[in-house]
Design a protein around this ligand. Structure first.
Ligand code: M6R
Length: 615
């Protein structure tokens, strides 16, 4: 999704903004650009492609001077990815310049009005319309930039995080937000802007997170002014001290963020249950659940809303929560839930799962649920994210920054948090006995060690990837708790290697997918020694009878599947409830190596964005 960066201060704005854009590359984008002002000329450089292409273009043009600058990575919504549609955009007078993350839905009617009044447009974007609307208001009213931006935003429908400056007053950047994230970094006599804090963490750990419906004027050597777009109400400035380190957002010796994040999972899971799973005291402490225990235990049902990998974590949670608490669980794609007039009551608990905490559809589902009186609990990774703030209560996953677009550690830490919740509720509702509780918490405590062992399958996963890297299709099968793991395995493979993949419950194979099986079809089967193991073995026999190639994930010591399968990867023995935390690892590694062998951009796959802040 688009990323925005800005700087005003005593440093060289071009390098601050460029380096900042590199930190936001993980969000996914197709073009990049930046605007600098040196007191004389506004210099706008933009290009389709990567930030490195922008850097070259900038160097060749020599347009690098300026102490005020804004930069953008664009993920196309209105208009194809090309140089012209890239941001920044400037107004017809060439004096106002803007970057924008989001969508202006009514841009077409505004554009038509402005065209009638003589405005001309170079691009197909909604953003160029917005900057000219601001200019039109400024010309008509003679208001300051902040007030003109405010009036313009009152006319638009949509979502945005914007930064604008006026070359006539180059000591000020005006920012505003509705639905897309925006952070302001505060240095000494300098200010930074970012879609998140990563572009400015190396300069300052002091930040302001703008809330929806707010506009701010950031002026050099002056304090920041924030007010509400709708009613001019001034907002007290709340500066937060950030604890995240820059190092945590870098690759740490791994070739790709994705691989680093796969390997971080033992610690990420430990960090997620640290302070919550008190093994010696034999209890689980979770403030967000405890403070709302009755809402949970009296719930008629739990509805989980999420997208993508987070939705898969929700599916795993459905099995765990229903099993341990006997509360009915429904798992919904947020994008379907929000548009289908769902039945929601005040006796429902909604759990919204999101790594980024910014996914537009999940956010809209939360708002809908709240309007209908439901209690909404968030499971997010990014601290202070919009979803974390919009929910009634929640629990963070503590996975640390996930930079690779393909979600890995977010998935396993989400399952960890949801397991803790299920255990806590199960005990409170007495739907599990103390022995079951103790067995599960003791096993959860062992999972990081078992995960370290599981990661030893890396070389085997690489060898298997070498054999199947040129396949055009791949099936993933699993049963029970490991059916969502199969879905997640398929999603990982398709999103980073572009190989078509499908996940199925193993027993569903005979209802259709079996027709696809021949000697060219690799089929990854999660076949651990729990659940309906014998039935999964039968499925493997059915595949082999049709000459399909079986890559089986088995429990260490397995004999039966080993004899049938073409390849096996062993995971340590564990309880079925917790098995997705281990079975998912070989699938992540298989996808990772396949994509690397195919020379794909693993961390930033084509067309994908890390946080999908548009619907
Ligand atoms: O930030 P979220 O968890 O809300 O994101 C949801 C999906 O966009 C995300 O999981 C996506 O499917 C990933 N690319 C999967 O690897």
């Amino acid at each position: 999704m688009c990323g925005i960066v800005g700087y005003i201060g005593h440093r060289d704005a071009s390098s601050v903004v460029l380096e900042g854009l590199k930190k936001l590359e993980y969000r996914g984008y197709d073009s990049a650009g930046l605007a600098l002002y040196d007191g004389e000329i506004l210099k706008v450089t933009k290009t389709k492609g990567k930030v490195s292409a922008l850097e070259n273009k900038l160097q060749n043009s020599g347009n690098t001077d300026g102490s005020i600058g804004i930069g953008h990575t664009r993920w196309a919504t209105h208009g194809v990815p090309n140089d012209e549609n890239s941001h920044p955009h400037y107004s017809n007078s060439g004096e106002l310049v803007i970057i924008h993350n989001g969508i202006i839905e009514n841009y077409d009617s505004i554009r038509k009005e402005l065209t009638k009044r003589g405005y001309q447009f170079k691009s197909d974007t909604d953003t160029e319309v917005l900057v000219n609307l601001i200019e039109e208001i400024q010309n008509k009213t003679n208001l300051k930039l902040g007030e003109s931006v405010q009036l313009a935003l009152k006319e638009v429908v949509g979502a945005y995080a914007i930064a604008v400056f006026d070359v006539k007053k180059p000591n000020e950047i005006v920012v505003a937000k509705l639905g897309s994230p925006l952070a302001i970094g505060i240095g000494t006599n300098e200010y930074f802007i970012g879609s998140d804090a990563s572009p400015f963490l190396e300069y300052t750990n002091k930040a302001i997170y703008l809330e929806d419906g707010q506009v701010a004027s950031i002026r050099l050597n002056k304090s920041i002014k924030i007010w509400e777009i709708d009613n001019n109400r001034p907002i007290p400035v709340l500066v937060q001290e950030l604890k995240m380190s820059l190092e945590a957002t870098e690759k740490g010796g791994y070739e790709h963020f994705m691989l680093k994040e796969i390997y971080e999972q033992p610690n990420a899971i430990k960090d997620t249950y640290r302070g919550r799973l008190l093994i010696n005291e034999k209890l689980i402490k979770m403030a967000g659940v405890e403070e709302n225990l009755e809402r949970f235990t009296n719930a008629d049902r739990i509805i989980i809303v999420a997208c993508g990998t987070s939705w898969h974590a929700g599916l795993v949670a459905e099995y765990i929560i229903e099993d341990l608490t006997r509360i009915p669980v429904e798992v919904e794609y947020a994008s379907e839930f929000r548009y289908r007039n769902p039945i929601i009551t005040s006796k429902d608990v909604i759990i919204a799962i999101s790594q980024s905490g910014e996914t537009a559809d999940t956010l809209a589902a939360i708002k809908l649920a709240k309007q209908n009186g439901a209690f909404v609990f968030g499971v997010c990774n990014v601290v202070g994210s919009t979803i974390a703030r919009e929910t009634n209560a929640g629990a963070y996953t503590h996975a640390g920054p996930e930079i690779g677009v393909a979600s890995t550690k977010a998935f396993t830490t989400q399952i960890t948090v949801l397991t803790l919740i299920a255990l806590k509720l199960g005990l409170a509702k007495k739907t599990i006995d103390n022995n079951t509780f103790l067995r599960l918490i003791s096993e959860l405590n062992e999972i990081p060690e078992k995960l370290i062992k599981t990661l030893n399958c890396n070389n085997t996963a690489l060898d298997i990837a070498k054999v199947y890297k040129n396949s055009t299709n791949c099936l993933f099968l699993g049963r029970g708790y490991n059916f969502p793991v199969a879905l997640e395995g398929a999603l990982k493979l398709k999103e980073i290697s572009y190989i078509h993949a499908e996940g199925y419950p193993a027993a569903e194979m005979k209802h259709g997918p079996i027709a696809l099986i021949d000697e060219n079809m690799p089929i990854v089967v999660v076949a651990i020694n729990k659940g309906h193991y014998e039935k999964t073995v039968s499925n493997i026999q059915e595949i082999k009878a049709r000459k399909g190639k079986v890559i089986a994930i088995v429990t260490e010591g397995d004999i039966t599947v080993k004899e049938l399968a073409d390849h096996v990867i062993e995971i340590p023995e564990t309880l079925e409830t917790l098995s997705p935390l281990l079975t998912t690892i070989p699938l992540q590694l298989f996808s990772y190596h396949t994509a690397v062998l195919l020379n794909k951009n693993v961390d930033q796959p084509r067309n994908l964005a890390k946080s999908v802040t548009v619907e």
